[in-house]
Design a binder for this molecule. Sequence first.
Ligand code: AMP
Length: 341
Amino acid sequence: MIREGIDVERLLRNYDPDRISIATIASHSALQILRGAHKYGFRTIGIARPEHGWFYRQFGFIDEVWEVDFTDFESIIPKLLERNSILIPHGSYVEYVGWRRAIKMEVPTFGNRYLLEWEADQRLKMKLLEYANIPTPRIFDDVNYAKYPVIVKLYGAKGGRGYFIAKDREELMRRLSDLNDAYIVQEYVIGVPAYYHYFNSYVYSRLEIFGMDIRYESNVDMRIPGLVEPTFTVVGNIPVVLRESLLPTVQRYGEQFVKAVSELVPPGIAGPFSLESIITDDMSIIVFEFSGRIVAGTNVYMGIGSQYSVLYFDKPMDMGERIAHEIKEGIKRGTLAALLT
Ligand code: AMP
């Protein structure tokens, strides 16, 4: 476990709080993040892969688009600090830069960057959820005791790529013998997926249920029933709202997660995170995954705001706006450092 932390207070000492920039990798949820930041008066920076900047340059709310070779991401640190930048991490940042380098990046980063290590390791991930006392699928360390069907998950797999389902022991043993990567064998829960977007606000001392989505996945969604191997490659997201009677459980699990993170992964979690679940036909919510940062599923309400945000602000807000709002309030109240690692 990486323990040595970044001294955010020291980095912020050289920052001008009236001239903060919001920077993020130009991918994933960057449009939402940078649009929201611009709306709240921040300078905005999109960091694109070489030859990928053109798409982002067409949008007026992005002040600067840089093209950067991500193998040398560290070379832009001085430029980011010069512009008083707060980096907003998301899935593509983790994918392109890697959690090890992200944890050591000497740039103030929104939320808890140390959670990225827990997210990258299937066992640590499940340990945190179990510690939070949230129902999770069973993990079969000894496959002799597996109950079928099972899902086999590779460590650090992006968007579910490389996962497979085994219906019985024979299929599991055959598929495992071809596998060279680290994996876990998990109960495949029968039900429907639902992904919850939370925002843990230090400014308002509350956990907000902010939105929800389900994923549009190849090759499980709709067009190929039983014809090919399911691949779970995420191609998009679809908005969803739940029966209101499920919301108290969703809220409770979110609060349990926040508490677990504050105990196991200091300094706790500020800002967006997500729990990903299957809901069974008896209305149990089984959580198989978390993301300790903004998820791309929040894009479903970009620009229009989520239904649930109205409950807290009496106006629709998207997650990009919500992040900017929190940073703005943190600056105003002199508590910005608490939102960053
Ligand atoms: P993940 O990459 O962990 O988010 O998983 C990719 C997809 O696999 C999810 O969107 C779910 O549809 C499915 N999935 C993952 N774990 C389970 C499970 N234990 N039971 C049922 N479906 C699962």
